[in-house]
Design a protein around this ligand. Structure first.
Ligand SMILES: [Zn+2]
Length: 602
């Protein structure tokens, strides 16, 4: 034992022999190659983050099966006016005088609709109009582009030989829905919230024009509550004023309708967090008011409904076919109809939904399946989804191994597998997560409230990456030094610890890759681990850039110190200094001081 211990000490003392792989020109070359790998992986991470985001925005439209049209049912109402108040919270809506007055009528029900996730405007409006949630419509984000491929109410109203009208200030109704037999009274308005100007009177004027047509289905859209809630929060005087203004419109619209023959439905696409913002899983973001009043509405019905139930309910009221890709069911219990009509509505909608679920099941299993009942098919679809998920995950294992191997090779070359650098990398990953958390970022897209928030996040990601690399590298170098094994420069610890940190971030990436893949079709990834992985990919990139800067600075500092030392000790070669190990130590700015001392002492 004593012999071994002296051997060990000997090893740490005579670094010249033991430290060959990491000393001198070879060590420098290896660190330089390591830095290139770290940079390449980091830039690939940033590219991958952007690529997966656009994949998420535009998933393969898996659920747009070729289906026969659904059956029509007996018409209940002459006209349905569906008003969508963007971003109106359920609790705010219940305080509004006109909506409250309408809710007190005997032919009225004030319920709550639960939105899908992401709880955003475009997916929400499509769910209301077509009965397909974000995953099914393939429009999970506001930036999701193209024409809505699932069938919507405009289509089935037209198929029944009737017409629709759209009114309000919005954007791209025609481009997105290609609505047949529909007159559109809308003005395109910018999506840029910071350039927002309230346009209430214009919204209402356009709504009145739509109401003035003889359309059976009138869809009205008011954006102001959402805009004000984003800018100042849903309880701000501005947002409350906007809500009261729209509430006034609702009162006027209801007064202009013959509610003994027609039906008014008021809802929103999503709610808002208390401090403004939506898109995530929060209760308030995912709750919308659903006020139904007039012909066909059973008074006082309560209970939460799915946002995808609204379109089938409108179809049932009008007696047109339900949108054939809709996921929801009409709120038959909330309709004031005789038993025969209720049964007819139930059977028509169940038959169409069963056909849709059968097609979902066949697509998920990749083979034809026999028809069945809605309840059984739903269960089979769930099971098929689970089995397909497992199958696909196994198929992605080789790709995951390849990603892990690339990261491991980079760590091996950069020195990231050394104990101190592994520790530095792990601490860097933790510091990154802590700084992101401490600067207020959470795993929800509701925090991207206005367009400038993404810029603030980028700043936080860069700052957190830089701090993480600095702390991790200092720790790695400090541990190496205090354990008496200091033979790499600070710059090399920077590269090694950053490579190790990329390895730790890579665990998240590999896990998400195995579980969800990088392109999406039948299933969208959960937003929480999705966001964590998304940020980890940016961290891989920004930390690599920070490492390159730190590496350069520490190298420069070392050279300057050497120059200073060199003027005292003329003719000493750089290679000799490195091989001796003494001047290397921690390397960077603070440790160069000790390097000088040692060098001049020699
Ligand atoms: Zn919205």
């Amino acid at each position: 034992m004593p012999h071994q211990s002296s051997d060990f000490e000997g090893a740490s003392m005579s670094e010249t022999d033991q430290a060959v792989p990491d000393s001198g020109d070879r060590g420098r070359a290896r660190a330089a190659i390591g830095l290139c790998l770290v940079l390449a992986i980091g830039l690939a991470g940033i590219w991958l983050a952007g690529w997966t985001r656009s994949n998420y925005a535009n998933p393969e439209r898996f659920y747009q099966h070729d289906l026969p049209p659904a059956e029509r049912t007996p018409a209940i109402s002459e006209r349905v006016v569906l008003v969508l108040i963007d971003g109106l919270r359920d609790d705010v809506a219940r305080q509004l005088p006109q909506m409250s007055a309408l809710a007190r009528r005997p032919d009225s029900a004030f319920r709550r609709s639960v939105t899908g996730v992401p709880s955003l405007s475009r997916p929400g409006a499509i769910a209301v109009l077509c009965g397909s949630g974000p995953e099914q419509s393939g429009f999970p984000l506001n930036e999701s582009g193209g024409v809505v491929g699932v069938e919507c109410l405009f289509d089935t109203v037209a198929d029944a030989g009737r017409t629709s009208a759209i009114g309000g200030v919005g954007e791209g109704f025609e481009a997105r829905f290609h609505p047949p037999r529909t007159r559109v009274f809308a003005r395109h308005r910018s999506d840029d919230v910071s350039a927002y100007v309230p346009d209430d009177p214009e919204s209402y004027q356009l709504a009145k024009e739509a109401l003035g047509t003889d359309a059976s289905f009138v869809y009205l859209y008011f954006p102001d509550v959402d805009e004000e809630s984003h800018l100042s929060g849903p309880f701000s005087p501005q947002a409350q004023d906007a809500a009261k203004t729209v509430d006034g419109f609702i009162g006027a619209i209801a007064a202009s309708m013959d509610l003994s023959k027609q039906t008014l439905i008021v809802t929103s696409d999503h709610g808002h967090r208390d401090k403004g913002g939506h898109g995530g899983y929060e209760y308030a973001s995912r709750r919308s008011p659903l006020l139904m009043v007039g012909k066909g509405i059973a008074g006082g019905s309560t209970g939460d409904v799915s946002q995808t139930d609204i379109a089938p309910t409108v179809a049932a009221l009008l007696g047109v076919a339900r949108p054939r890709h809709a996921e929801g069911m009409p709120l038959v219990g909330g309709l004031d109809v005789d038993a025969e009509t209720a049964a007819a509505i139930r059977s028509a909608h169940e038959a169409a939904l069963a056909r849709k679920l059968q097609a979902d099941l066949a697509a998920l299993e990749g083979r034809p399946v026999s028809p069945g009942e809605v309840g059984i098919l739903r269960k089979l679809v769930d099971e098929a989804g689970w089995a397909r998920g497992v199958r696909e995950a196994f198929g992605r294992v080789p790709g995951a191994i390849a990603i892990a191997a690339i990261l491991a090779v980079s760590m091996a070359i950069s020195g990231g597998f050394r104990r101190e650098d592994l520790l530095g990398g792990a601490v860097a990953a933790g510091v990154f997560a802590f700084v992101i958390w401490a600067t207020g970022w959470r795993l929800t897209i509701s925090q991207f409230n206005v367009s400038s928030d993404e810029g603030r996040l980028t700043v936080s990601l860069i700052a957190a990456s830089a701090v993480a690399v600095l702390v991790g590298s200092l720790l790695a170098a400090g541990v190496a030094r205090s354990s008496g094994r200091a033979r790499a420069t600070f710059g090399r610890h920077v590269v090694a610890a950053t490579s190790a940190a990329q390895g730790f971030a890579g665990i998240l990436l590999v896990w998400m890759f195995v579980y969800y893949g990088l392109k999406y079709s039948w299933r969208l990834p959960d937003l929480r681990p999705g966001l964590a992985t998304f940020w980890a990919m940016y961290a891989m990139g920004f930390s690599a850039l920070a490492a390159a800067v730190l590496w350069g600075v520490s190298g420069l500092a070392r050279r300057m110190v050497r120059k200073g030392a060199g003027s005292e000790e003329e003719g000493k070669s750089e290679a000799g200094a490195t091989a001796s190990g003494a001047p290397e130590g921690l390397g960077g700015t603070d440790t160069d001081a000790s390097g000088v001392t040692r060098e001049s002492n020699r």
